[in-house]
Design a protein around this ligand. Structure first.
Ligand code: HEM
Length: 440
């Protein structure tokens, strides 16, 4: 086992962790040179690591010995067993079924609805001397994803209700994971029952949309169509309706905040780095929104934002059998936490690690083929929606910067490390360009 904290030390540290998880883990990484243990019981330990070789060992090279830990699978009680929370043969079967929908050619069919959604929403973007752009970006990301899954008109009330139910369930899950002692009080507070009721309501809404689609007999080419029509390789059967609901919930859960947070951090970084903003703006002149997908400067800028602020700031796995890595050996059942945030800012790995420098991801740049960069994870469980997310983000940034000018207000967003790494407000000067013809 690596060096680390005893049970008593881990308990004492939990306060600092809850207050600021990223800072607390970063400090410990510094103290223990990039890998350490924390106790989660008399016998059970977590290993936290930002060592890229160790992370690759767990996620890629020896991935068969690792699965999602109870930290993640507990969420399945409320959000179902979609691919993010399932394991083993069932996960593989579902992944094989879902992955083709996210191939580049298939995504072309979704481009029009993504652009349409941006077009509708961008007209409502708040402008002013000090506006918090986070709620706008969050709402737009949610609508882009929802329309890609269900390309049918949903009433504003239903969209708002889905958003609220997700937010409530997510908030419960964060508290439940970070403060397990609260579970003792659930029979009294009724929080668990309330959350289960909300999860039921969410499933009922998704179920209704599926029934409407089935009874209409229409095929709109959205992600729901793909889930409804794909068949298992071995049996040729279609997915059961309850499983389709699980997978829809997972796509919304995994694809919503990740994109919203990345885009929000990106706007903050650009506003605070005028040369990078200027270079990106120049690369967009006289280009169409479709050109955004092949704009190297734009893709490099997004990649660099994900280096400094990886939406998935950490992940987790549990070892099935005992394993070794380098000098460490550990028993089956050990939970490993790859800490992507720390790795992406490690000064021994990244030159001027804290500097926002999109050049490093430009073709031929030092980071283009980095093995130490995991914004979308790695190995067979790497993000299934990564190309989709890049498509949404490229279109959004192109449309936004063509329409608006942004400037820093000097405000630095605090990092809220929840399930994803969220900026606590992105307060910028934002104004509409004077002679703008629009890109959409
Ligand atoms: C900037 C946006 C995004 C980021 C940074 C991101 C990041 C990640 C990461 C790091 C993982 C791997 C987690 C692990 O290994 O434990 C992951 C998995 C996943 N992502 Fe994303 N994601 C993004 C957008 C999306 C979108 C838009 C979708 C779907 C529409 C999506 C769907 C998923 C799913 C279903 C998984 C689970 C894959 C599996 O376990 O087989 N993600 N994502």
């Amino acid at each position: 086992m690596p060096e680390g904290y005893s049970l008593l030390q881990s308990i004492l540290l939990s306060g600092a962790f809850l207050k600021n998880p990223v800072k607390s883990v970063s400090n410990s990484m510094h103290r223990f040179a990039g890998t350490y243990t924390a106790a989660i019981g008399f016998k059970r330990k977590l290993i936290l690591t930002q060592d890229p070789a160790f992370i690759r060992h767990v996620l890629q090279e020896n991935h068969k010995n690792y699965q999602k830990s109870p930290i993640a699978t507990e969420a399945a009680r409320y959000l179902g067993y979609g691919i993010l929370f399932s394991n083993g043969a069932f996960w593989l079967q579902q992944r094989r079924l879902i992955q083709p929908a996210f191939h580049r050619e298939k995504l072309q069919g979704l481009q029009a609805v993504i652009i349409e959604t941006i077009k509708e929403s961008i007209a409502k973007c708040p402008i002013g001397n000090a506006v918090d752009l986070y709620p706008f970006v969050h709402g737009l990301s949610f609508r882009m994803l929802l329309r890609s899954i269900f390309d049918v008109p949903l009433t504003p009330d239903i969209i708002a209700e889905i958003g609220q139910l997700f937010a409530d369930i997510q908030e419960f899950l964060i508290k439940d994971t970070n403060q397990p002692v609260r579970r003792l009080w659930y029979p009294v507070t009724g929080e668990q029952r309330t959350t289960s009721r909300k999860a039921h309501r969410l499933r009922a809404i998704i179920g209704d949309i599926i029934h409407q689609r089935k009874s209409s007999g229409e095929s709109t080419g959205d992600l729901l169509d793909m889930l409804l029509h794909s068949t298992y390789e071995d049996t040729g059967e279609r997915m059961a309706e309850e499983q389709i609901i699980d997978e829809v919930l997972i796509l919304i859960f995994a694809g919503h905040e990740t994109t919203a947070n990345t885009l929000s951090w990106l706007l903050y970084l650009l506003a605070n780095n005028p040369p990078a903003l200027k270079q990106l703006q120049s690369s967009l002149i006289d280009t169409s929104v479709q050109d955004a997908l092949t704009n190297e400067c734009l893709k490099a800028t997004i990649s660099e934002a994900m280096r400094l602020y990886p939406a998935a700031w950490m992940t987790e796995r549990v070892a099935i059998e005992a394993d070794r890595f380098g000098p460490y050996s550990f028993p089956g059942g050990t939970i490993i936490i790859p800490f992507f945030f720390g790795l992406h800012r490690d000064e021994q790995i990244w030159e001027n690690a804290s500097v926002f420098d999109p050049e490093r991801f430009m073709p031929g740049g030092k980071a283009t083929r980095s093995k130490n960069y995991f914004p979308f994870g790695a190995g067979p469980r790497m993000c299934v929606g990564n190309h989709f997310a890049m498509t949404e983000m490229c279109f959004f940034v192109h449309a936004f910067l063509t329409e608006f000018e942004i400037q820093s207000t000097g405000h630095t967003p605090a990092m809220k490390a929840l399930i994803t790494l969220r900026p606590d407000q992105v307060i910028l000067h934002s104004k509409r360009k004077v002679s703008n013809k629009g890109s959409l």
